[in-house]
Design a protein. Structure first.
Length: 256
């Protein structure tokens, strides 16, 4: 069985913005799914949901994006109807419960890192990626399986740097995972990068859970000063059964 980790970010990865309370925290969330399950269940069921509620068509597919859905912006204006939104939320949450995936989230306190390390060697995104991929390697090892990684495009030079960071991990490893371990289970030395317009089901699942997952981590740290909205709270509840675990320990959440 081959797995893919779909990666989405929340926040600004620029370390210079760490003093701004609105940009202090950065997170990466990975959703691990077997490619077979994506093909047979996730993609067709997601497209069916879009078609029924938003009239999605193969020639002009609707792409789920949490922020636009939350604010009922086009093409999600149908969600302005409270009853229809309730029905849609219930169906989507049911799918997020039933689909087979494993979640891993890494959250960085950029302000703390900047204050702790006089010289910081890493771009926060690249550092988070290393932590995420280490856990993906451990996941694959436990299942004696292979996998690869797909991230949402950030555009231009950012994508070039991100691909280079991935290849560096594949060829050099990290302080905790040597390169042979990466190369044994990751089938490509190159990171796959796609835009939202590519309508990748796994990236859309990652987008839907990434923000609630980060909020949960910050709540645990006493760094989130308000209650979660009802939909996000239900996503967080679902994630308790989806986070990566081994020998009774949760490996799916990491805060630094």
């Amino acid at each position: 069985m081959k797995y893919r980790i779909y990666i989405d970010e929340v926040g600004n990865s620029d370390l210079e913005s760490s003093d701004d309370p609105n940009h202090r925290f950065f997170s990466l969330t990975g959703v691990i799914m077997s490619l077979d399950h994506v093909q047979k269940a996730v993609q067709p069921e997601m497209e069916s949901l879009k078609q029924r509620y938003f009239g999605s068509h193969p020639d002009e597919p609707v792409v789920f994006h949490r922020k636009e859905m939350l604010n009922a912006r086009p093409p999600f204006q149908a969600l302005r109807d409270p009853e229809l939104r309730r029905q849609f939320d219930d169906e989507l949450l049911n799918l997020l419960t039933r689909w087979e995936y494993t979640a891993i989230s890494v959250c960085l306190d950029k302000k703390k890192l900047k204050e702790t390390y006089t010289v910081w060697r890493y771009d926060p995104y690249h550092y988070s990626l290393a932590l995420l991929l280490e856990r993906f390697v451990f996941f694959l090892n436990r299942r004696a399986s292979l996998g690869d990684a797909l991230a949402e495009s950030r555009g231009g030079k950012a994508d070039t740097r991100l691909k280079a960071a991935y290849t560096r991990l594949w060829t050099q490893g990290t302080d905790y995972v040597d390169p042979n371990q990466f190369q044994r289970v990751l089938t490509s030395r190159h990171l796959k990068v796609k835009t939202k317009a590519n309508n990748i089901a796994g990236l859309q699942v990652a987008d839907l859970i990434a923000h609630p997952s980060r909020s949960e981590i910050l709540l645990e740290q006493g760094l989130f000063d308000r209650e979660l909205p009802p939909f996000a709270a239900r996503v967080v509840e679902i994630l308790q059964g989806k986070y990566d675990q081994s020998e009774g320990k949760c490996l799916g959440r990491k805060f630094l």
